[in-house]
Design a protein around this ligand. Structure first.
Ligand code: ZN
Length: 427
């Protein structure tokens, strides 16, 4: 390491140096900050750190950081990932009366916020509950465990883009107004590389966010990559005050910071892929499970927490109109028909809907437009619009049906060669 007379000063919140050492902003007392340097598994504190011509300095609170931001005051030993996980889930249960699965989901989210810049999609959580006050109590508690939590009653995204280098905070959003616009914004900013053009520059920053659900009507608009936490208490919880919350954060933030410092490089390169889940639920499970590179047990717990949601998602898909039309097409394929017509497929589809008692039917016109969305070219002949069921076309139908996971394959069917080939391939 050399010092130079001409040095470039960089106020930072967090940095990973080329040799793998890490720098983290910590709070030394109420409103002053220091840098914690993590090198070779040991922590030391410094007022600044010089690397080549670059001088790293701690960001001052009040300059570029809001004074409410929660920062650790140092590091402390967490023993093991499972022990830390169980202690945090236990606090959610005892202090806010959360049901166990919801307490565990909240714990997964809190861990994930400590690695928000490592993986896509960035952590997002949506809270529901029967009583707003209970949910707000829980929101304050959750903020004690998240990385660099910033409470934001009136969250205006544009107001937070000038945060300093290395800052990937967790916005703890309590204000109920403009819910749908916020939901869209939090969805659109989940992946790296999103850009927001503002004042002539593109801002690109990962952050975590937790938001209260304030409009049940919009429930179906919540993306499946969001953690869902029901904060309805199962017991009468104690009243939480600022002092109690401060003590909890004071106990856990140093452990969580040590957890991040020890595991960051492995979390960033982790490739946990939960085999049994699919689509957005799989992406969420991968992000949450990757936070536990040392614990196959915690990774399994993540998968179990998300399984019911995955099943729900599959059912929604299976029930959607496209899936019904695909099932009708599969029947036509299996009957060995050489061609299919829109009217005939509509009849088959309505037969399936009838059997299920879904209480609606599809008009031939609607079936025609669904078929076009599958890129099945239609020609008109004496029996109306239709298409040839060529081998290529049958293959396409099988693949589409498989990707939508239509119930057809789970029924008692005689599998054709294409079915057999597909069931041998992983999804
Ligand atoms: Zn088949």
């Amino acid at each position: 390491m050399t010092t130079s007379r001409i040095s470039v000063s960089s106020p930072i919140v967090s940095a990973v140096l080329p040799d793998g050492d890490q720098l983290e902003l910590i709070r030394s007392d109420k409103n002053s900050t220091l840098l914690l340097r993590w090198s070779g598994g040991r922590a030391s504190t410094c007022r600044e750190f010089q690397l080549g011509r670059r001088r790293f300095t701690p960001v001052k609170i009040g300059d570029a950081l809001p004074s409410e931001i929660r920062l650790a005051t140092g590091v402390s030993d967490y023993k093991s990932a499972a022990k830390l996980f169980n202690s945090i889930a236990g606090v959610f249960q005892s202090m806010c009366g959360l049901e166990r699965n919801n307490a565990e989901m909240a714990t997964c989210f809190a861990f994930a916020t400590h690695f928000a810049e490592c993986r896509d999609p960035a952590p997002r959580a949506i809270l529901t509950g029967t009583d707003t006050w209970d949910v707000l109590q829980f929101l304050s508690l959750l903020g004690c465990f998240c990385r660099h939590a910033i409470p934001a009653a009136l969250f205006e995204p544009a107001g937070h883009w000038n945060l300093p280098a290395g800052c990937s905070p967790t916005f703890v959003i309590s204000g109920p107004i403009r819910f749908s616009a916020r939901l869209r914004f939090l969805d659109a900013t989940q992946c790296h590389g999103f850009g927001m053009a503002r004042s002539g520059r593109i801002v690109n920053r990962p952050f975590s966010a937790v938001i209260l659900e304030s409009d049940r009507e919009l429930d179906c608009a919540v993306p499946n990559t969001f953690c869902r936490i029901n904060a309805t208490p199962q017991i009468r919880p104690p009243l939480l005050d600022t002092k109690a919350l401060g003590k909890i954060a004071g106990d856990f933030q140093p452990q969580l910071l040590m957890y991040r410092l020890k595991n960051r490089s492995r979390v960033a390169s982790a490739t946990f892929d939960p085999g049994s889940l699919s689509g957005a639920t799989r992406a969420l499970a991968s992000v949450l499970g990757s936070c536990f590179p040392d614990s196959a047990e915690l990774q399994m717990r993540v998968v179990r927490l998300l399984e019911p949601r995955d099943e729900e998602r599959r059912l929604d898909h299976a029930r959607c109109e496209s899936a019904v039309v695909l099932e009708a097409l599969l029947i036509a394929c299996h009957e060995g028909r050489a061609s299919a017509h829109v009217g005939g497929i509509a009849e088959l589809a309505n037969g399936i809907l009838d059997l299920r008692g879904d209480g609606y039917s599809l008009k031939a016109r609607r079936v025609g437009s669904i078929l076009r969305s599958f890129s099945l070219a239609q020609r008109r002949d004496s029996r109306g619009y239709g298409f040839l069921l060529s081998t290529e076309c049958k293959q396409r139908i099988h693949q589409l049906a498989r990707s939508l996971d239509v119930p057809f394959f789970r029924g008692q069917i005689d599998k054709c060669d294409m079915c057999k080939k597909l069931s041998a391939d992983p999804l």
